[in-house]
Design a protein around this ligand. Structure first.
Ligand SMILES: CC(C)(COP(=O)([O-])OP(=O)([O-])OC[C@H]1O[C@@H](n2cnc3c(N)ncnc32)[C@H](O)[C@@H]1OP(=O)([O-])[O-])[C@@H](O)C(=O)NCCC(=O)NCCSC(=O)C[C@@](C)(O)CC(=O)[O-]
Length: 321
């Protein structure tokens, strides 16, 4: 017979959904590259996506169907979705800002999942997608409706959930309202974006507590940028609160073109290393991730921002000597 204390512990764990499975949503090919000034050749992007899939990642955001005038790096979106080597069991979503983007994505005949995005700040929405928050919700609703009609799965992003570069701190109640609206539109998951990486375990806990009760946590993901070096700590807090999905970017690539000073996302290698250590199952091969991260950094002539990758590569180099 189980003791009363053990039963209480089990019930409490079940309530908080402490499942051992954790899904990493890889956003390096989109969020990671969109801010790069020099155009990354399409062939390099394709090889990056194919390598990421081979490392065991199950969701890889591959590009965005935004206006090339706004983000020239993503102008090869059609070619990308047509030429990826698709693996069974892997989803390859694309970011879509409006109906025009959705129509282009559908025309490729290859898109079965999209991601919509709105921000919890009028000022950021205006800079990023040239409309107010209310207009962005209306736009997102139209896109979601049209996508779902075509049998396309829809994920939703909320940006600036902690702070906005133009407006300051974000009120968690605004994030709650937007989350409910995105769920009503039919988004299967909401990714909470700390776009400029200002969050701390304190502010992230406050946000998640404000969402508790209003949004099912199994429908939430977190998307941390690492500007202040808080992304891993913020992820741990989110895990403690019951979240089991996080977005990250290989080698910590990235930054938002409309959020000056924001650095890349949490590095996928750092996230995978930490989750392994916490006994959470991601299904990814850390060694392959590290190779891919280093490969893309060498291709782009940039430094690898993953601390775990640098440590692993240093150790390997020493062993060779
Ligand atoms: C939304 C718009 C298009 C509005 O931009 P706009 O200028 O207001 O749009 P418009 O409807 O007036 O059209 C202007 C021109 O763009 C064209 N156009 C219009 N739409 C499209 C389209 N889909 N694809 C291709 N072309 C398009 C349209 O046809 C027209 O062409 P013209 O007649 O001048 O030749 C623009 O502001 C835009 O593309 N913004 C995207 C900015 C962006 O990509 N930001 C980064 C992604 S969000 C992010 O990174 C945050 C996230 C998700 O990662 C989470 C986090 O970290 O918080």
């Amino acid at each position: 017979m189980r003791s009363l204390a053990a039963t209480r512990r089990l019930v409490s764990l079940q309530r908080r959904d402490f499942s051992n499975n954790f899904r990493i949503v890889e956003v390096g090919a989109r969020d990671g590259l969109q801010n790069e000034k020099n155009f990354v050749p399409t062939e390099t992007k394709l090889e990056l996506i194919n390598r990421l899939a081979e490392s065991g990642l199950k969701t890889i955001e591959v590009t965005s169907f935004v206006a090339p005038k706004w983000v020239p790096q993503m102008a090869d979106h059609k070619e990308i979705v047509k030429k990826i080597r698709r693996l069974d069991g892997v989803s390859y979503p694309v970011l879509v800002p409006n109906l025009k983007g959705l129509e282009s994505a559908i025309a490729t005949g290859k898109v079965d999942e999209i991601a919509l995005f709105v921000a919890a700040s009028d000022a950021f929405n205006k800079k990023n997608i040239n409309c107010t928050t209310d207009e962005s919700v209306q736009r997102a609703a139209e896109v979601a409706k049209a996508a779902l009609k075509e049998g396309i799965r829809v994920r939703g992003y909320i940006s600036t959930v902690i702070g906005c570069p133009y407006q300051g701190d974000t009120d968690p109640r605004e994030v709650l309202k937007l989350s409910e609206q995105l769920l009503q539109m039919g988004c299967y998951e909401i990714s909470l974006g700390d776009t400029i990486g200002v969050g701390t375990p304190g502010s992230v806990a406050k946000l998640l507590d404000a969402l508790k009760g209003g949004v099912p946590f199994e429908k939430l993901a977190v998307h941390f940028h690492d500007t202040f070096g808080q992304a891993l700590a913020n992820t741990v807090v989110s895990i403690e609160k019951g979240i089991r999905v996080a977005d990250s970017s290989i080698a910590g690539l990235g930054g938002c073109p409309y959020a000056k000073g924001a650095t890349g996302n949490l590095a996928t290698e750092d996230l995978a290393y930490m989750l392994n250590g916490m006994g959470l199952n991601t299904g990814v091969d850390l060694g392959k991730l590290v190779e891919t991260g280093q490969w893309i950094c060498e291709k782009m002539g940039r430094q690898n921002s993953s601390r775990a990758a640098s440590a692993i590569l240093n150790k390997q180099a020493k062993q060779k000597c």
